[in-house]
Design a protein around this ligand. Structure first.
Ligand SMILES: [Zn+2]
Length: 263
């Protein structure tokens, strides 16, 4: 039992530390400030000491308040750290970080953390960071080309990538253009391009389809709960991110299922 639990605990802590860095990226991207330099309290500007930077734990010990000035620390910090730890554990169950497929573990974890950053920024400020989406798109297509080079068909992968990007950009671009940005922001078009690069076709189609189901169910639930009112803009990136992740986790199963239905 302990041989099983101990590595997962280590992976959770590793993920939580990455989550701590993801928090820094979120804040500095929002403020357009440098990624380097020590973290400070947002209220009193005093530098954080190492014992205040332990993921999740420090926030709980401090009761969610700055040790110097007592200002409330946003719940984004422990939430993202915990989510990153949990995502690292799920990723480790898919690809063993200590085994031969450790590269897949780090690639998928990077992807999930980048999506976490995008989702948090969309929730808090309705901003979609183009820098992160461009980085994810490039690394994602690099990963797929690398895989195709060693294990697959390079030409096929190139076609699938071009088709995935084209359909996603046209699909979201039309909605953005014809609604003059009311249904979708230009950031969502970038998100579509990123999806196409990371997934290729037909997984991009599956991801978009799932995103609309998740988005529809989510908005209906929030509407019933009274959290959103008619005409208010709901962030769409969380649904798109869920669709993308589902396409990676369950894409093969969904494709087989669709194939069994239509072929
Ligand atoms: Zn403070």
């Amino acid at each position: 039992m302990i041989e099983f639990i101990a590595p997962l605990l280590f992976v959770f802590l590793l993920g939580a530390c990455f989550g701590s860095f993801a928090n820094v990226v979120v804040i500095r991207l929002h403020e357009m400030s440098s990624l380097f330099g020590r973290s400070r309290c947002m209220s009193c500007q005093r530098k954080l000491r190492p014992k205040h930077m332990v993921p999740v734990f420090s926030w709980l010990m401090l009761g969610g308040k700055c040790a110097d000035c007592g200002a409330k620390i946003h719940f984004q910090y422990p939430l993202v750290e915990f989510a990153a730890g949990a995502l690292a554990v799920v990723t480790a169950l898919r690809a063993n970080p200590f085994g031969a497929n450790f590269a897949q573990f780090y690639f998928e974890l990077f992807l999930l953390l980048a999506l976490l950053i995008i989702v948090v920024m969309d929730f808090r400020w309705k901003e979609l960071p183009v820098e992160i989406m461009a980085a994810v798109g490039l690394i994602g297509v690099g990963w797929r080309i690398g895989n195709a080079f060693f294990f697959g068909n390079l030409q096929m992968t190139a076609y699938q990538t071009v088709i995935g990007v084209a359909i996603a950009v046209i699909f979201f671009g039309c909605q953005w253009f014809f609604s003059r940005g009311r249904w979708l922001g230009s950031g969502d078009v970038w998100f579509g391009a990123m999806m196409g690069l990371v997934l290729g076709w037909p997984e991009t189609g599956i991801a978009i389809y799932l995103a609309y189901i998740f988005g529809g169910v989510g908005v209906a639930a929030l509407f019933v709960l009274g959290v959103v009112k008619k005409g208010s803009r709901v962030p769409f990136a969380p649904a798109l991110a869920l669709g993308l992740v589902s396409a990676i986790w369950f894409g093969d199963a969904i494709r087989n299922w669709l194939g069994a239905l239509f072929l």
